[in-house]
Design a binder for this molecule. Structure first.
Ligand SMILES: *[C@@H]1O[C@H](CO)[C@@H](O)[C@H](O)[C@H]1NC(C)=O
Ligand SMILES: *[C@@H]1O[C@H](CO)[C@@H](O)[C@H](O)[C@H]1NC(C)=O
Ligand SMILES: *[C@@H]1O[C@H](CO)[C@@H](O)[C@H](O)[C@H]1NC(C)=O
Ligand SMILES: *[C@@H]1O[C@H](CO)[C@@H](O)[C@H](O)[C@H]1NC(C)=O
Ligand SMILES: *[C@@H]1O[C@H](CO)[C@@H](O)[C@H](O)[C@H]1NC(C)=O
Length: 582
């Protein structure tokens, strides 16, 4: 059912329910470290980041009914045109539906150009087979090398996954606290469930790529709801860490002070070898508050010490892939995997993250009810960093200014004259926000006035939960459904700093318009900018030259790793030959 009318639009990113923002915010507080490795410009950046680090506990004391948006449906009706036109419209809707239903299981793009393994049971995860019917064909093609590496990874995962002989053997060594004497058959990367949902999706993708690069098997700590949200991505072997894994009870307490922490180990003795480790695992602290020792993770010479450690345990709330592209060890491999550097999370995300059947139901029912019939869909992801609940006029003005000036939405005609003779197109706006205020104002604006183009604008908001509730099951289900719905839109507007928006834009392959972060409760001018690429931003990158052991601007080293549009000290991957000009 991918919509016929769309050309390969590149929308802005959006989304906003996400539990991402807390950590995003915290990420900006870089740990200062006695090593004094950073250059002076880094200090300036830090000053900036501290300035921005207001805590963002969003609260809204009136959690209203989630489905209160139903009344927006009055706008669904197209204005009565002449009969012939109406029939055409009906026809096109019916054809559309027909196409939707017929194409589901025979879509040529079903396995995303070979990205997905064909060895799966369809019913266990409907989204894996149906998703392509809801999307435009991607503008991007996975490299054959990426495809072959994924198949190779799947073999490794099957051979070493939970309760295999190798797994049992390696876990037994950990349990009995045996010293690491020889390289073990299989090595593992355990991703610990940590932070909001948007962050979790980005860090899990980062962890998977790191596992792929280092021939480790990725195992996922299920936390509160990881198994509720995502289908198993690898055929014939689970990615969930078994519940009887020996040291799970320590996950919560692992931190920078832990003796197993990588930064701690390398700072105590940089020439340490893994055979001297006191335990069979190393903890990687890649959280926004990590210090310069932890950041040595991104240095080749320090990586080599990790090679023979059978279990790495990782906590992160950051999309750290851009910095892997700066490491000589991985550089060539990464460029071969991703010849178009801006597609990393696009492919990893589409490969790894499939909504489970209940969430797929939330997505498809909403899509069919509100988005399917529109000629064009616009996603608007609003995330406001203010301690008060809002809505705020300056944010509404910003959304409208961005939408109108970039021709994403039409102006209204204040003269109230009807424009039935003009275009009969309809646009559906999918707005996500913790507050319902923006949705109501924009919906009313297009209800109370005709547009200058005659287009019909429908405005929908799936949920408005008032505040971010990291860890609640239904909340996260809806947040994931909203990110996914945003990724299905034709054009996307996102908020700065929001990992929720990053997920939507990368999954959708959409180049968003990014709303600048308002300062001082004032609408920024311009209100938004076009993203350089569809990649997420790494909010807390290291600024360190591993060879010279000194500070460096890591946004200036290679043309495909640059500073982000929405965060001047962040790093993101771009395709330098294909940067879209706003
Ligand atoms: C691994 O250990 C589990 C019990 O902990 C056992 O059920 C399973 O059969 C073992 N796997 C193999 C291949 O022996
Ligand atoms: C490193 O040093 C710190 C403080 O001196 C100590 O607490 C920690 O246990 C040491 N870690 C290792 C792996 O020796
Ligand atoms: C560091 O470890 C090496 C061997 O791994 C050892 O020779 C050296 O004495 C250690 N240095 C310190 C300061 O502990
Ligand atoms: C509204 O109508 C008046 C009078 O007909 C006209 O001068 C004005 O330009 C119109 N405004 C717009 C925005 O069309
Ligand atoms: C914020 O706005 C207030 C009042 O409009 C002004 O006095 C203040 O200087 C502004 N601060 C900044 C940082 O622009």
């Amino acid at each position: 059912m991918r919509r016929l009318h769309k050309n390969s639009g590149d929308p802005p990113k959006s989304s906003d329910l996400g539990g991402d923002d807390l950590s995003r915010d915290q990420q900006t507080r870089f740990g200062l470290n006695p090593l004094k490795l950073m250059g002076c410009f880094v200090v300036c950046l830090m000053g900036l980041s501290v300035l921005f680090s207001i805590s963002i506990i969003l609260k809204d004391s009136t959690p209203n009914s989630i489905w209160a948006v139903a009344d927006a449906r009055v706008l669904d009706m197209a204005p009565p045109g002449d009969l012939g036109q109406e029939d055409d419209q009906l026809d096109s809707i019916m054809n559309h539906n027909k196409k939707l239903h017929s194409s589901i299981f025979e879509h040529e793009d079903k396995l995303l150009g070979g990205l997905l393994s064909s060895r799966f049971d369809q019913d266990s995860c409907l989204s894996r087979y149906e998703a392509s019917a809801y999307r435009k064909q991607s503008n991007y093609k996975p490299s054959s090398y990426l495809i072959s590496r994924l198949r190779r990874y799947e073999e490794l995962h099957k051979r070493c996954g939970p309760y295999t002989e190798s797994y049992n053997k390696t876990v037994e060594k950990l349990r009995s606290n045996e010293k690491i004497e020889e390289a073990s058959d299989c090595n593992y990367l355990i991703w610990v469930s940590f932070s909001g949902l948007g962050n979790r999706i980005l860090t899990l993708g980062s962890a998977f790529l790191y596992a792929l690069l280092t021939d480790r098997v990725l195992l996922v700590d299920r936390g509160v709801d990881m198994d509720d949200l995502f289908c198993e991505p690898f055929p014939e072997a689970s990615w969930l860490l078994p519940l009887d894994f020996p040291i799970t009870e320590h996950f919560k307490s692992l931190n920078q002070k832990s003796p197993e922490c990588f930064g701690n180990i390398v700072s105590n003795n940089s020439s340490l070898s893994s055979s001297k480790l006191s335990s069979g695992y190393v903890y990687l602290h890649l959280v926004h508050d990590y210090d310069d020792n932890d950041k040595l993770f991104f240095c080749d010479q320090d990586q080599s010490f990790l090679e023979n450690v059978p279990f790495l345990i990782m906590k992160s709330d950051n999309y750290f892939i851009p910095s892997l592209f700066l490491m000589p060890t991985f550089q060539q491999e990464l460029l071969t995997l991703f010849p178009d550097q801006q597609t990393v999370f696009h492919f990893l995300g589409r490969y790894l993250f499939f909504p489970t059947n209940p969430i797929w139901g939330l997505i498809t029912r909403y899509y069919k009810s509100y988005l399917q019939q529109a000629d064009e869909t616009i996603g608007i992801q609003v995330r406001v960093f203010d301690t008060r609940p809002g809505p705020f006029q300056y944010v509404l003005d910003q959304i409208l200014s961005c939408s109108l000036h970039n021709d994403l939405l039409p102006e209204i005609n204040p003269n109230e004259s009807f424009t039935t003779s003009k275009a009969q197109n309809s646009k559906a706006v999918l707005l996500t926000s913790l507050s319902s205020g923006y949705f109501e104002k924009i919906r009313d604006m297009y209800w109370e006035h005709p547009t200058v183009t005659g287009e019909v604008i429908q405005v929908f908001q799936p949920s408005h939960e008032g505040y971010q509730q990291t860890g609640k099951k239904m909340h996260n289900r809806k947040a994931w459904a909203e990110m996914y719905l945003l990724s299905l839109t034709d054009k996307l507007i996102t908020s700065s700093w929001s990992t929720f928006g990053y997920v939507a834009q990368s999954l959708g392959g959409l180049n968003p318009w990014i709303l600048y972060k308002p300062e001082n409760e004032t609408t920024p001018n311009p209100a938004c900018t076009r993203a350089m690429s569809i990649e997420p931003c790494f909010h807390a990158p290291p600024f360190f030259d591993c060879k010279k052991r000194s500070g460096i601007d890591t946004g200036e080293i290679v043309p495909h790793v640059r500073h982000c549009e929405d965060m001047s000290w962040g790093l993101k991957l771009v395709n330098p030959t294909a940067i879209s000009v706003a």
